[in-house]
Design a protein around this ligand. Structure first.
Ligand code: MRU
Length: 360
């Protein structure tokens, strides 16, 4: 996608130096655009854990490159995989990418060459899948626009399932970009998404870079907007979706799904196939939910006098809880937008698009 008119992906190998992986360090957006060099698997593990990179697809791509750096630096790749998998528990793309790398490396004599090729393939697949999600999802937006006689389509999204959460395009934002590029009038309600504000900081920045009209709203506004007919559809991403269609996504998604259901607003989830967990069936009971440090709740970060600062928000001694994800049961999901098409959030619907997983 474009940043000040220049095309970027979120992760790449440094030009003329294949021993360095480069990322956009997302901790400083939207106020500073910082590119960080990663040279070891430990650098990559830290970048994932401390959220220099984040979002399911990008976590997977970063893990792929982390495995390549491990192979390049002569590390034990199984140990490297364990280290990477331990960084964040909810997004299934992480384990998927590590396992894809291990399988490729194990069956090859040229371990480094294979790991490099596989890392690039994981990243390229991610970008291509998101591009196709865009094409498939744009049809839904087009249909709503037709029904509204070309009036603006209002879409609500939560967190950042944009290109910053993937390698390019994004999942939830890909249909938005695609429809916008086709000339459909769109406006996006962007949930701020406390505590790390991925919506206010990242989604708003991305949409702005692409010229998509948008409005940032506090997390608790969505229900009110839906009651007043100001939301035509919701599109969110997913960090892990069970084979039965239960969706783990950023904390607060479930509440938006309940409000959408109560107001007959279609609630779509956009995800590449790498975000399906083909084994788990009951999302609420089985998907591990990451709990992060309380300082993310206690402090808030922003720009003050040209410098990025953190300020204390709560009383010094208040307890905090920081569950990073929740699970939206499949019954609240109107449909899943994938690289192969749109399906029901049910085992039958999903397997119709991905029959090769019937026996998993
Ligand atoms: O904690 P994060 O920022 O890594 O959370 C991931 C997300 O941004 C969302 O849950 C997103 O909607 C799905 S990931 C594409």
């Amino acid at each position: 996608m474009l940043v000040n008119g220049k095309h970027y992906r979120t992760i790449w190998l440094k030009e003329n130096d294949d021993s360095i992986v480069q990322i956009i360090d997302q901790r400083w957006l939207p106020h500073k655009f910082v590119i960080e060099d990663l040279k070891t698997v430990d650098d990559v593990a830290k970048a994932i854990k401390d959220m220099h990179v984040r979002g399911a697809g990008l976590i997977g791509a970063a893990a792929g490159y982390g495995m390549y750096l491990a192979a390049l630096n002569g590390d034990d790749v199984r140990e490297a995989s364990g280290k990477l998998k331990a960084t964040r528990p909810t997004a299934v793309n992480l384990a998927w990418a590590c396992d894809r790398q291990l399988k490729a490396i194990d069956s090859s004599k040229d371990k480094i060459g294979t790991a490099k090729k596989t890392a690039k393939e994981i990243a390229n697949d991610d970008a291509e899948f998101c591009r196709r999600i865009g094409e498939n999802g744009a049809k839904i937006i087009e249909e709503i626009s037709r029904r509204k006689n070309g009036e603006t389509v209002n879409i609500l999204t939560h967190c950042n399932a944009g290109w910053l959460a993937f390698v390019d395009y994004g999942s939830a934002t890909a249909p938005i970009y695609s429809a916008h590029d086709r000339g459909i009038k769109i406006h996006v309600w962007v949930d701020e998404t406390r505590p790390r504000n991925q919506g206010a900081r990242l989604t708003a920045w991305e949409l702005g870079q692409h010229g998509v009209p948008h409005t940032v709203i506090p997390d608790n506004v969505g229900g009110h907007l839906m009651q007043h007919g100001k939301v035509d559809m919701v599109i969110v991403g997913s960090d892990r979706t069970t084979r039965t269609g239960d969706v783990a996504n950023k904390i607060g998604t479930y509440l938006k799904a309940l409000a959408a259901n109560d107001n007959n607003v279609p609630f779509y989830v956009a995800l590449p196939s790498s975000s399906f967990d083909w084994i788990k069936r009951d999302g609420v009971k089985e998907i591990p939910i990451e709990e992060r440090g309380g300082e993310e709740v206690r402090f808030i970060q922003g720009l003050h006098d040209g410098e990025i600062k953190k300020v204390l928000l709560t009383p010094e001694k208040s307890n905090t809880a920081n569950y990073a994800f929740d699970v939206t049961p499949s019954r609240l999901v109107t449909g899943l937008i994938t690289e192969r098409g749109i399906c029901d959030a049910s085992e039958e619907g999903i397997l119709e698009l991905f029959p090769e997983h019937s026996k998993d």
